[in-house]
Ligand binder design. Structure first.
Ligand code: NCD
Length: 318
């Protein structure tokens, strides 16, 4: 993968995964995201770094935050954005994915932002391009969601100095979660040692899954959250589950839902994160989602700056 996404000299060519990405590259992107926040005055002032560049959003799965924030990030950098409408495209007539990509490339575009239910689709596209376009993974199957990992790291970094001292629990449907995988990748690389994964057994990954090596697996949230500095809650992704494996929402909330009483077992001031969309009172109680320790909407704001940084890194003319 590294031959694919990193060019000689450490420059990013594509963004497919955070697994194995050098710490220096991650830190450079996070610094740049902070610079984007400052230079754009929090999004109020447009920049022109990507003037004349074209980006195509190709979302084969639904999205609110990721698609809108890629769109805003690109437009605030001066790029032209096409939100490709899959439902009204020739995909419904049976045109293949690669034929679609080659057709769009023939009109010239500089980047594809791709979300797809199959793991590996962004990589397949990147390996089959006929132009110099960059591919940005906006979530593929349960494999990776690299810009979510970056925006989560950016959100935590504004609150903490030393990642190596943090205890973090990730709770929810980890087995099906690309967010969990990209968060573990980035948090490990930034030095987090105490990473706890919490879910019912059927939603935990296999205990020998290489992506989660050295994480601890804890079966109850009451136990997993003790003394944590951050809790990252995940949605039950029913669209990725076998019908039989879907837990009842009430049972799930009783054992794995984050309410104020459970949050009180963490360190005082423990921050609460969630990539969205949230299922209120399934994985997170209203009082916590809307409470003072919730960073959920800060994550959304940071997503725009993280995506501006990645787009500038990939597409800026040098
Ligand atoms: C997530 C996704 O699609 O991977 N959402 C997001 O991008 N913020 C998580 C989810 O759908 O539960």
């Amino acid at each position: 993968m590294h031959d694919l996404q990193l060019a000689a000299g450490g420059r990013l060519r594509h963004l497919i995964t955070l697994a194995g990405m050098p710490r220096a590259t991650i830190e450079r992107l996070l610094e740049r995201a902070e610079a984007m926040r400052r230079d754009s005055q929090g999004g109020a002032r447009p920049l022109d770094l990507l003037d004349g560049r074209t980006l195509i959003n190709l979302f084969f799965e639904p999205s609110t935050r990721t698609r809108t924030s890629f769109d805003l990030a690109a437009q605030r950098l001066g790029a032209l954005v096409i939100n490709f409408d899959i439902e009204r495209s020739s995909t419904v007539k049976g045109e293949s994915l690669l034929d679609t990509i080659h057709t769009l490339e023939a009109m010239h575009c500089d980047a594809f932002v791709v979300r797809h239910k199959e793991s590996g689709t962004p990589e397949t596209i990147a390996r089959n391009l006929r132009s110099n376009a960059a591919v940005l993974n906006a979530g593929d199957g349960n494999h990776a969601h690299p810009t979510q990992g970056l925006l989560d790291a950016l959100t935590l970094r504004r609150r903490v100095e030393d990642f190596s001292k943090l205890s973090i629990v990730i709770c929810g449907d980890i087995r099906h979660s690309r967010v969990a995988r990209s968060d573990v990748d980035v948090l490990r690389t930034l030095g987090v040692r105490d990473l706890r994964l919490c879910a019912p057994p059927e939603l935990l990954p296999q205990s020998d899954a290489a992506e989660f090596a050295q994480c601890s697996f804890v079966h109850t949230l009451d136990q997993a959250i003790v003394d944590c500095d951050a809790a990252i809650m995940l949605r039950l992704q029913k669209e990725r589950m076998e019908a039989a494996a879907i837990p009842s929402e009430a049972d799930y909330f009783a054992r794995y839902g984050l309410d104020a009483a459970r949050l009180a077992r963490a360190k005082p001031g423990c921050v609460v994160m969630h990539p969205g969309p949230i299922n209120r009172n399934v994985e997170i109680a209203d009082e916590v989602a809307d409470g003072a320790q919730s960073l959920i909407l800060e994550q959304v704001s940071n997503g725009v700056f993280a995506r501006m940084a990645v787009l500038a890194e990939l597409l800026e003319r040098r």
